[in-house]
Ligand binder design. Structure first.
Ligand SMILES: Nc1ncnc2c1ncn2[C@@H]1O[C@H](COP(=O)(O)OP(=O)(O)O)[C@@H](O)[C@H]1O
Ligand SMILES: [Mg+2]
Length: 325
């Protein structure tokens, strides 16, 4: 057992060389996720969430930067103890069907990681498979089914159960709800919340939908164009977002409370984010920011402490914090 946060990434950059130029998908990100956290990484499509998540666990090699996982140097851990690393850290891909074999039954899909890691004899494996089904609330009748005969929600439950087979300490899920019907999303969100509480594991969810993250996450990172725009403890950050980008994202989320819904401000963001091939000078959000000032087009704001206890990369958030003192 080692100390240290579940994830500590420092100065992480992932640049892709393409025929159209250099894509700065992740461009200098520091990310800390505490153990036992339910952490959300949010931002519009293309802001680098998937690339960041993949680079954190080494599915994508980084151009620069360092990553520690559960207190250990990730690259060294994966090199010297590949199986131990694979047991401790699991990744759920965006498309649950794509990450399962179409010809394997649910039972075989769940047993496979146990076989690969030599976990127990046949009887013990069967007992574990049953335990996993219970954990994700799938009936025993699911065991003999093939992935294509399952609903989207059931498939996602299978991929979650499979990821939990070897009792990982850290689970990273890339857009785990985006392939699901809206009506099923709440069930899967609740499942994640229950698993996190029941198993005490650290969960990181990548999402472009803030509503999900607001509901369940304990901490959050808001990304914009390859960088962190804002980060902090979820509740205070969502109650008082400091970055105009977070404010705009949040203003697009309907509130279940009709009184808040009737009066909530709506900040419309115009246009798409600029290309990560050619980020604007100064603040990357300056081309769409509703409160942009001349200095924002000149100097890139660093992350700095803000009112809610987290940090935001905005010149004005800083001014606002000062004004409140
Ligand atoms: N392998 C790759 N080669 C070139 N560009 C890539 C590659 N992977 C991602 N990108 C680009 O990097 C940026 C961030 O992508 P991604 O991490 O998938 O964002 P998100 O998950 O937030 O939608 C996008 O502009 C995307 O087109
Ligand atoms: Mg993505």
């Amino acid at each position: 057992m080692t100390d240290g946060p579940a994830i500590q990434a420092t100065g992480l950059k992932v640049h892709f060389q393409t025929s159209a130029g250099l894509v700065r998908a992740v461009d200098g990100v520091d990310l800390t996720v505490a153990r036992g956290a339910f952490h959300g990484i949010v931002g519009e499509s293309g802001c680098g969430k998937t690339t960041l998540a993949r680079a954190v666990i080494g599915l994508q090699s980084a151009t620069e930067g360092q990553v520690n996982i559960l207190g250990r140097d990730r690259a060294e851990w994966a090199r010297t103890d590949r199986k131990g690393f694979a047991r401790a850290v699991q990744f759920i891909f965006q498309d649950p069907l794509g990450s399962m074999s179409r010809r394997q039954t649910v039972g075989q899909t769940l047993e496979e990681p146990l076989l690969i890691h030599g976990a127990g004899d046949r009887k013990a494996r069967q007992a574990r498979v049953q335990e996993l089904l219970d954990l994700v609330a799938l009936p025993a009748t699911a065991l003999d089914r093939l992935p294509r005969s399952l609903s989207g929600g059931q498939r996602q439950r299978v991929s979650i159960a499979r990821a939990l087979a070897l009792s990982p300490q850290l689970l990273i899920c890339d857009e785990p709800l985006s392939a699901l019907d809206v009506s099923v999303r709440a069930q899967i969100v609740n499942l994640f919340a229950r698993l996190q509480a029941q198993l005490g594991l650290t969960i990181v969810i990548v999402a472009h939908d803030l509503a999900i993250v607001r509901e369940v996450c304990s901490s959050v990172t808001v990304m914009y164009l390859g960088r962190v725009a804002e980060e902090g403890v979820a509740k205070p950050l969502f109650a008082d977002p400091a970055h105009p980008y977070s404010q705009a994202l949040l203003s697009a989320v309907p509130s279940p409370d009709p009184r808040i819904e009737a009066t909530r401000p709506r900040i419309l963001l115009e246009g798409d984010p600029p290309s990560p091939r050619n980020p604007p000078p100064g603040c990357r959000f300056s081309t769409r920011c509703p409160v942009v000032e001349p200095r924002c087009r000149e100097a890139e704001p660093a992350l700095r402490a803000v009112q809610h206890g987290g940090a935001a990369a905005c010149h004005l958030a800083d001014a606002r914090a000062h004004a409140m003192i």
